[in-house]
Ligand binder design. Structure first.
Ligand SMILES: [Fe+2]
Length: 434
């Protein structure tokens, strides 16, 4: 591909695959849901949303549009802000009993991820909830070749789930989150109406914006797909295939957007340009990580959400303990990119340029520090917690955090640098505060 990063490796993959939904972006496009659903052959729709959105304007717009198109609609809103197995069990029962021929989801990542998994478990129940998850956690049970057609309508500017074949679910008994990834989970259509971003509280824009930023930065600095082992059977190739030329394109633009608009979008709900751009950037970053996989930023966030204690977050009406996903990712990010930069300094330097870092007198060997300082600056200016200590962790928690996050084996292997348990402990130690 004319780029050193993707030079062939012996025994390594020599193809990459791109999967994204049919994608619509624009002010007012939620009102197209009915026509688009009819176009997909839907006549009875399960509409997934959450209690906070249920009686709001976005769901009303989608409901009106569906009903105007002559489509019968039943609403499911028993979804928690962190998508979990219990929400999915309820959603699956709703799907199994409802005789639906389509799904429309309206919400953030939790809503869309619950909708995807509810179709899976509702249409082809698993004996044990973990059966569909990859080993060693689950049994790697085969998913059906087709679920119901799904139109995903994103209402926040971070998750990118409308563009991915991924559902991230909290498993209650294990007190942590795991990833379901399969092409069958990809929505047929994504509708992204940036009008939705105008009503987001500042801390939600910050958290989701950091999620966007880390999706893009982790994709851009992930291990190259050519360094993953070649899988001859195309149907067995993982979605987490590593950095590739397609994801680079989307991640580059998403990084530019995060660098230019994250602070502006947090500072003012009236800055429509910034908030519109963040919605677009979130989808781009979703299109990137859905075809790349994330790496240490997300892997190390899982320990944080697993072990958090007695903490709440402004802008989120959620009981303690709760740290929003984007914050759980960003608190370790400066330390992570200081660590990964030496494995791919040029890539990290390019990412620093895209994030609008000050590059005067700097070169590739400085790229980890440049990225770390830039992210720390964004954290400070948006009021994000200062590292792990800012979300209630101390040095004594590091071994448990590392043990918990080390279970995210595939994401850790997607990092550009081989990373063991001691490395993870060292990254966390350097992430306590900045
Ligand atoms: Fe994320």
């Amino acid at each position: 591909m004319g780029c050193q990063y993707f030079d062939p490796c012996q025994g390594g993959a020599d193809t990459f695959t791109v999967a994204i939904p049919k994608y619509t972006f624009g002010r007012g496009c939620l009102a197209e849901a009915g026509s688009r659903a009819a176009g997909l052959g839907m006549s009875r729709v399960a509409l997934f949303t959450d209690p906070g959105l249920r009686n709001g304007p976005y769901v009303a717009t989608v409901l009106d549009s569906l009903q105007s198109a002559g489509i019968d609609v039943a609403v499911f809103d028993e979804i928690t802000i962190e998508a979990d197995d219990q929400s999915v069990e309820r959603g699956a029962a709703f799907i199994a009993d409802g005789n639906f021929d389509g799904v429309v989801s309206v919400g953030g990542g939790s809503v869309m991820d619950t909708a995807k998994a509810s179709m899976l478990y509702g249409l082809q129940p698993a004996g044990d909830f973990l059966d569909y998850f990859a080993p060693p956690l689950g049994a790697g049970k085969s998913m059906p070749r087709q679920l119901l057609p799904h139109i995903a309508c994103a209402t926040t500017s971070g998750t990118g789930s409308e563009c991915t074949s991924i559902s991230v679910l909290r498993i209650t008994d294990l007190e942590t989150k795991f990833v379901l990834a399969n092409p069958v989970l990809l929505p047929q259509e994504a509708l992204v109406d940036p009008v939705c971003a105008a009503s987001l509280p500042a801390m939600v824009v910050a958290s989701t914006g950091f999620d966007l930023l880390c999706h893009a930065l982790e994709c851009y600095t992930a291990k190259a797909y050519t360094r993953w082992e070649k899988q001859p059977d195309p149907r067995k190739r993982p979605l987490i295939q590593g950095a590739n030329p397609w994801s680079d394109l989307a991640a580059q633009k998403a990084l530019e957007i995060a660098g230019a608009y994250l602070e502006r979008g947090v500072a003012s709900a009236d800055d429509h340009e910034a908030r519109d751009q963040l919605m677009w950037g979130a989808s781009l970053a979703g299109m990137a990580f859905g075809n790349t996989g994330t790496h240490l930023g997300h892997a190390l966030s899982y320990g944080v959400t697993h072990l958090m204690r007695d903490i709440t977050t402004d802008g989120y009406a959620v009981e303690s303990p709760f740290v929003p996903h984007g914050i759980s990712v960003i608190v370790s990010a400066p330390s992570i990119f200081r660590y990964t930069a030496e494995a791919a300094p040029e890539r990290h330097f390019e990412a620093a340029a895209l994030l609008d870092c000050d590059l005067r007198d700097a070169g590739a060997p400085d790229s980890g520090e440049l990225l770390a300082e830039r992210i720390i600056g964004l954290m400070r200016s948006t009021g994000a917690p200062n590292g792990l200590a800012g979300v209630g962790f101390g040095r004594e928690d590091i071994p448990a955090l590392a043990q918990s996050s080390a279970r995210q084996a595939r994401a850790i292997k997607n990092a550009p640098r081989d990373t063991n348990l001691v490395d993870i402990e060292n990254i966390y130690a350097a992430a306590l505060s900045y």
